[in-house]
Design a protein around this ligand. Sequence first.
Ligand SMILES: Nc1ncnc2c1ncn2[C@@H]1O[C@H](COP(=O)(O)OP(=O)(O)OP(=O)(O)O)[C@@H](O)[C@H]1O
Ligand SMILES: [Mg+2]
Length: 326
Amino acid sequence: MHNTSSSSIEFQNVSKNFGSFHALRNVSFDVKEGEIVGFLGPNGAGKTTAMRILSGFFPPTSGRVFVRGIDMSKHPHKAKRAIGYLPETVSLYPDMKVIEYFRFVAKLKGVPAHELNGHIRSKMSFCGLLDSGHRLIGRLSKGYRQRVGLAQVLVADPKVLVLDEPTTGLDPTQIKEIRELIRALGQNRAVILSTHILSEVSMLCSRVMMINQGQILANGTVPELASCLKDREAIHIKIKDKGDQARALKILREIPGVEALKVAEEVRGETFISFETSPERDLRPRIMKLFVEQGISLVEIQRLQLTLEDIFLGLLKDGKLGRRFP
Ligand SMILES: Nc1ncnc2c1ncn2[C@@H]1O[C@H](COP(=O)(O)OP(=O)(O)OP(=O)(O)O)[C@@H](O)[C@H]1O
Ligand SMILES: [Mg+2]
């Protein structure tokens, strides 16, 4: 037996192949009630694929998926009912009025007839759509269509929300509103959302999962991420003469605490070198001394705080960052 009772979403060794292409490789994770988990990854990473599997759109090639303890492969209808899914491209019915669409969705999701009007009204109100009930969906702006999509997710009060890039295409005011809606919804639900926006993750999510090429690279809480940022810094070095590059790298490689050493692009003959290290010791005086002794043309040396972008890019490049990220 599987212990799935405490998880709202559980992926166990899920893989998905499209022909010979591996879109998901052995993905395992879980999401509990009260969590908002951010799914972060570049284009083609597999986010939408994972979310489609979760919504019951198509089955995995192998592995198991549970929604509130319900096995998706054994009880697909029951599992799907527990989920509110906002697809990547919200396909609505352009010739329907907003209110008609909600009646249609509510009936489909089994909302009892006597509750229908009140139920729909509350979802429309929650998403700021009360004045738009009689508009044709096809004539709504993208932002309003996104709201209709989100309100549709809430029909029948699912406890698990799966939101594929919920803020894409919205203006800054709407983004803020939608984020607040999601934050409020996340308090007594399990939410998984995909995004490309790193700052969105720190604003909204309690946990982050980074995915690339169908594999989870990191899975940790935002405090864990923050401590990972706090304990690392980047040193950026600029040298004047490209001919000094090899010797500079040799010196840096031999200094304990220098990690993820790399040469960035050259600009106008100057070479940028960067590495990561712990901020406890300032390595700059030592580096300057060694460079001077060796006659290396150092023009700049800077300490910079590591950003979420650095973590993300570091993970994408090496599949790991130091040893600190969970
Ligand atoms: N039905 C399909 N048939 C074949 N390949 C597919 C299919 N669906 C997705 N893929 C491929 O699987 C990979 C993952 O796609 P997916 O849509 O999950 O990425 P994503 O992380 O959501 O990307 P984005 O950030 O661009 O939305 C891509 O290479 C995509 O081309
Ligand atoms: Mg996608």
